[in-house]
Every structure is written in C-alpha cells, then in structure tokens.
Design a protein around this ligand. Structure first.
Ligand code: PEP
Ligand code: MG
Length: 544
C-alpha cells in the first residue's frame, strides 16, 4: 500500500502520530420491533437514557461546553420534535424509523440555512448527535461503549460537540473530520484545549481508516498508511514539538522577548469568555481580540448585557488592555436575523463593519456599551473588515453621537482607543490613510482575500499560503504604516498562533501578537528563539 494524504483545513497546531479510531455509524445497526405501545416505551427509555448521559456530561463541563449540552437537553424535550415522532409510532412506525425520519427532517431544515451558515450548521450537528444518541439507546448500545482504548486520532464524517466532550482528553490524540469548518462548535472547543484538529478532509476512504496515521494540524493534513519515511519525520517533528512544549511551559509565565531581548506583546484571543476560566491572566499581556459574535447567538443583546460582559473581561485582565472587536457578522460568521440572506458571495458582501454601518441603531447599542465599559478599565475598540478611510470617519461620528447621548444621560464613560482590523488587501496597502489609533492584522481574512481562496474550502487550502510573498508584502506594508504613524501594529489572525508563521511575522517587523489561549506558551517559545539561530519550524518536517 502507498500512503494516502488527505488535505483539509487545519484548525489548531501540532503533529501527532497515533492509531486511527473511526467513529462507528450507529444508523447501520439492526433492531427487532414490536407493537406501538412497545415502540413508544422503547423510545421513552432511549430518550431518558440520552437525557441522563447528557446531564452527567453537563456536570463535568462549564461555560460554552455546558451551554451546548444544555441546548441538547432542551431539544430532547421539544414537543415540536416529539409530537410527530409519537404520532408516527401510533400510526405503526418502528421507534427508530419514526425518530430518524423526524430528526432528519429537522436536520435538513437547519442544514439548508445556506452555504457557510455556520450557526445553522452547528445546530444541525447538535441534532445529528441527538439522533445518534437515541438510536444507540434503541439499538441497545451506549455511545460511551464506543470509545477508543488507547490515545487515538478520532476520524469521522462529522463530530457533534457532545460526542467530542465525551472522550477522555487523554484518549484523544487528535481529530480528523470529513466535514466541518474552522468556526464550528467543535473547532472552538478543540482550539481552546490545544487539541490538533483538521476539518474539511472531504470523502473519507472507508477501507483505509485503520492503523497508524499522521495528523499535521498546522498544515491541515492527514496521512493514512504512512510510509516509514513519513513516520520517521513525524516522530522527529513530534519530538521537536515536545521540546518546544517543555520550553513553552517554562516561558508561559514570563513576558516574551526575542533572543536579542526585544520585548514582544503576546495577548490572547477570546472567542468566548469561558476560555478565560482556565487561563491565568499573568501568562499574557491582555486581550488582543474579543470576537463578540458569541453575544449575538440568541439574538441581539441589550446594552446592559454587553456592558456586563465587557466589564467581566476587564476584571479578568486586571489592568491589562482588552481589545473588543465590534460585531463581525457575515461571511464565515452568519448570525440569523442580522446577516442578509441571499447574497451570492457572503464573503464579499455586507459583513463586519459594512453590516454595522448599514444598521446604525444596532451598532450604536454596542458602541454605547463599549464607551461605558471603557470607564471601568483600559478597553480598546476594534472594527472588522474595514475597506476605506471614510468608514472610520463614520465610526468616529457614531462614537461622538453615542458619547454625547451618554453625557446627557449622566452615564459614566471612558475614551477608548479606536483601531481597525486590517483584513482587506486595499486597506493593508493604504493603511497609513486611516485615522486609527492602532492596527490589528486579521491574517485569516487577509490571506483569503489576497489569495482568492475561501477560508472554509479545503479544496483550495494549499493555495492559501501564509508564506506567500504577496501576503508578507501586505503585512510589511501595515508594519511600515504603523511605524510612520507611530501606532501599534498587532496580528490577531491565526498566523500569530502558529510558531512557524509567528516567526515570519516577527521577521516582517511585527512586535505584538494575539493568539489562541492554548498556544501562548508555544508562541512565547518561538519568540524567544527568534534571532537565536535555533528557530523551530513546527511541522515542517512531518512529511505530512
Ligand atoms: C482574521 O480574519 O484573521 C480574524 C482574526 O478575524 P476572524 O477570524 O474572526 O474573521
Ligand atoms: Mg476576519
């Protein structure tokens, strides 16, 4: 057999060499069926078992993970789902048929939220999990019995969040998924835990899903049936990674500096405040990016709710700066009721600041909450997807309006710095023309727009190279603008969270990085090695 390399989208970093564990498809199993009363009883007991298992998991989890599980428990009692299932059973259907049919209808409805509709896709994934859990109960099997016995790379078409949470962290060496996206619930959980995850691998070759494999999460690759040569290089790479991890743990508590002693700010990206529960603030220089989309998942939040949330971040940061990005809905982050339906290309449409400026009433609520929170600590406002200087002028005008209102209302407010995300190539090239107090480069979108490769499409991922000379020139242009205007240039895109990419950023003159919580130590180690002649190119030699 020759090795097979599957290319997908890397969600986190790390190279792992481990046996594959293919998640069994419960929907294939057989079951003996009975009269409607028996079928009803069988379904009720499978529902109760699923509920018990989810509640037991919920007790072990907090924050975002517990929220996802709670949502599933609520769905298990949802009459809109249960009534048609029990009606079908009364009419003579077997419990598994009735359950599967209704659940699949619901899943299809969520899944048809549109291409790239990640919130709906996440809901569809939660429902698929419920479908399989209850089916497992009906077939007399427990989902828990279907777990690997040794640390493995879990491989599946899709992985619902509750199944992910069920795995003992020590048994999960990595995860490889045929479907999924960087912004799904599982991606968020894996990134915060530092677990290597690759999504979007496409159709998985069923016959090859056993034996050893190499997962290179930074490069988004899975090598099945790896050759001796690939195994050797993967072991070397994992060894180099372990050395780096050792250095990282020692460096995490200290401020970052290059080998020549130049200080580099290492801040944290906050996708959801729950990641801060297990992060010591002393390990970072503040929050470089808060993705406030988490506040908008159940509808637009009010000013007081936002104020509370921003205040919590400031209290956690204990005097360190907290950069809060205004809503970046659209593109890969659609939000039901806020983003516009029917755009032919949502990545090039009304997203980020464009959408906020199109709905000034909604935007004003967030700006007022941010101005008020700035009275409590060093809060910085950052706006996403900026294209033209005129957009910044409009934001400043809206901030002035909001500030005047607060003044009249006698509410305390601060004077936060206003910065822009640089993610649109023309904004990078003309960065000095924008009247902002700081720049933060969003390399995820900058690379997508500069290379014309959608960030959620695994098929073009090999072309979306962070080391493309054109991408590096755009980054250098922003660094030059920052120097000319005497303002900070930070990077908060995923390049900052990858040790090899961070080295490229340092070489381009960047001295402020905002990274995923699990990567702080590793990035500090990469910073310390910069200029020492011992720079580590993580994963470069994995052969994957
Ligand atoms: C980016 O584009 O690099 C970025 C940090 O923003 P997001 O990933 O949230 O679009
Ligand atoms: Mg972006």
């Amino acid at each position: 057999m020759t090795e097979v390399t599957l290319q997908g989208i890397g969600v986190s970093s790390g190279v792992v060499l481990a046996p594959l564990f293919a998640l069994p498809d419960l929907t294939e199993a057989e079951r003996r069926t009975g009269a409607p009363a028996d079928e009803r009883a069988a379904l009720e007991s499978a529902l109760a078992a699923a509920q018990q298992a989810l509640e037991a998991l919920m007790l072990k989890e907090e924050g975002e993970a517990a929220d996802i599980l709670e949502f599933q428990v609520v769905l298990l009692e949802d009459e809109d789902i249960l009534a048609p299932v029990f009606a079908a059973i009364e009419a003579g259907a077997a419990a598994q048929e009735a359950w599967r049919e209704v659940l699949e209808r619901e899943i299809a409805e969520y899944a048809s939220g549109g291409p790239g509709d990640e919130v709906f896709a996440a809901r569809a994934s939660d429902l698929s999990d419920l479908r399989d859990r209850v089916l497992a109960g009906l077939y007399g099997r427990t989902a828990e019995a279907l777990l690997p016995r040794e640390p493995s790379i879990l491989i599946a078409r899709d992985l619902p969040p509750s199944r992910f949470l069920e795995f003992d962290a020590g048994l999960l060496a990595g995860v490889a998924l045929g479907e999924g996206s960087r912004t799904s619930h599982v991606s968020l959980l894996a990134r915060a835990r530092g677990l290597p995850l690759v999504v979007g691998l496409g159709d998985l070759p069923a016959g090859l899903l056993t034996g050893q494999a190499v997962l290179d999460a930074a490069r988004g690759r899975l090598v099945l049936d790896p050759s001796e040569d690939t195994l050797l290089r993967a072991r070397e790479s994992a060894g180099a990674q372990a050395v780096l991890d050792g250095k990282a743990a020692a460096l995490a508590a200290k401020p970052a500096a290059t080998a020549s002693g130049e200080p580099v700010a290492v801040m944290v990206n906050v996708d959801h405040p729950s990641i801060l529960e297990s992060l010591e603030v002393e390990t970072c220089d503040g929050v470089g990016l808060t993705r406030t989309e988490f506040l908008f998942q159940e509808g637009a939040p009010g000013e007081e709710e936002q104020l509370r949330s921003y205040g919590e971040l400031l209290r956690w940061a204990k005097g360190r700066p907290v950069t809060v990005r205004t809503l970046d809905a659209g593109g890969d982050k659609p939000i039901a009721g806020i983003t516009r339906d029917g755009e032919s290309n949502p990545f090039l449409g009304l997203r980020g600041l464009r959408l906020s400026l199109a709905d000034p009433a909604l935007f004003k609520v967030q700006l007022r909450a941010l101005l008020r929170a700035a009275a409590e600590g060093p809060l910085k406002i950052m706006v996403p997807m900026v294209t033209e200087p005129a957009e910044i002028a409009r934001v400043r005008a809206l901030l002035d309006e909001a500030s005047a209102e607060l003044e009249v209302e006698g509410l305390a407010q601060g004077k936060p710095a206003l910065g822009m995300m640089v993610e649109v190539p023309v904004a990078a090239l003309a960065a000095e023309q924008f009247d902002v107090d700081f720049y933060s480069i969003g390399t995820n979108d900058l690379v997508q727009y500069a290379t014309a490769c959608a960030r959620d499409n695994g098929a073009v991922a090999p072309l979306a190279r962070t080391d493309n000379p054109g991408v590096l020139k755009l980054i250098e242009a922003v660094v030059a603008a920052g120097r000319a205007r005497g303002v900070e240039v930070s990077v908060c895109g995923d390049m900052a969270s990858d040790p090899a990419d961070a080295r490229l950023l340092l070489a381009a003159g960047v001295r402020s990085l905002s990274v995923a919580a699990a990567e702080i130590g590793r990035i500090k180690a990469a910073v310390a090695a910069f200029g020492s002649g011992e720079e580590v190119e993580e994963g470069a030699e994995s052969g994957a």
